[in-house]
Write a new protein. Structure first.
Length: 258
């Protein structure tokens, strides 16, 4: 299968690409970002493989942050996501982290940062394409969004091995990244495996964002989550239920003020 992923019509095979090929074979100068085009991206992306974790941490903001704005998939987002997927399992994404002194860097491992960004982009794509729920509104039908959505099996191929990583934080970040990816029709069969990983996360993690995502996913997939919630989960769920009810009654039940 061949996928077009930029406005110049360049093509890419549906497999994990060589990261160097992505950097050198993409016409970054024609790809739209939130501000300007992507000329700055190749050098910033290359630093994600630097042996110094401090350099990599800075590169995360310079490269991934440059294509992230208002939950939108830009033209440059697609090759950036391909590059991220291609380096997820690269040894350089963990180089120098195990023995670093406390406080020397923020402590946000590169591999976890990459997974968090890819999962966030995949979630944005689901919402924008109307794939989050059956009744979602489609906000964006552009070619960049379609290309990103078509590439979800490729991204999942990179994320899947990390579901069994030795480090819990990496496993949990991989799970949260995988959840929006398996909304692709070819990947729905993986939901059972992810449900098992989700139960494991809920048994050990107090990370609010990750718990919310996997609880929502389990409920979406038809699982009973009542026995998996802790007191904080219940409080958050009830809070958002009240918020939605108040917005509905406050904004829709009364006649508008005009």
């Amino acid at each position: 299968m061949i996928l077009r992923y930029d406005r110049a019509g360049e093509q890419h095979p549906a497999g994990l690409p060589d990261p160097h090929t992505v950097l050198t074979g993409t016409d970054w100068a024609v790809l739209e970002m939130p501000t300007g085009t992507g000329e700055i991206l190749p050098s910033a992306l290359a630093r994600l493989l630097d042996p110094n974790p401090e350099v990599r941490e800075s590169a995360v903001g310079e490269s991934l942050g440059a294509v992230t704005h208002q939950n939108t998939i830009y033209e440059a987002t697609v090759p950036v996501a391909l590059f991220v997927a291609a380096i997820l399992n690269h040894p350089a994404t963990t180089a120098g982290e195990a023995g670093r002194a406390a406080g020397r860097v923020s402590g946000y491992p590169t591999r976890v940062a990459l997974l968090d960004w890819l999962g966030s982009a995949a979630n944005d794509a689901c919402v924008a394409s109307g794939g989050r729920t059956p009744h979602s509104v489609i906000f964006d039908e552009g070619p960049a969004l379609r290309a990103f959505c078509e590439l979800r099996p490729v991204f999942y191929r990179a994320v899947h091995p990390l579901l069994g990583d030795d480090h819990e934080e990496v496993r949990h970040a991989a799970l949260v990244a995988a959840v929006p990816l398996v909304r692709h029709p070819l990947l729905t069969g993986h939901r059972g495996e992810l449900a098992d990983h989700a139960r494991s996360l809920l048994a050990s993690s107090t990370h609010r964002h990750r718990r919310d995502h996997v609880l929502e996913a389990l409920a979406e997939w038809g699982h009973d989550v009542s026995g998996l919630e802790n007191a904080d989960d219940v409080a958050v769920r009830e809070h958002w239920t009240r918020q939605r009810a108040e917005r509905w009654t406050g904004g829709c039940a009364d006649d508008p003020p005009f």
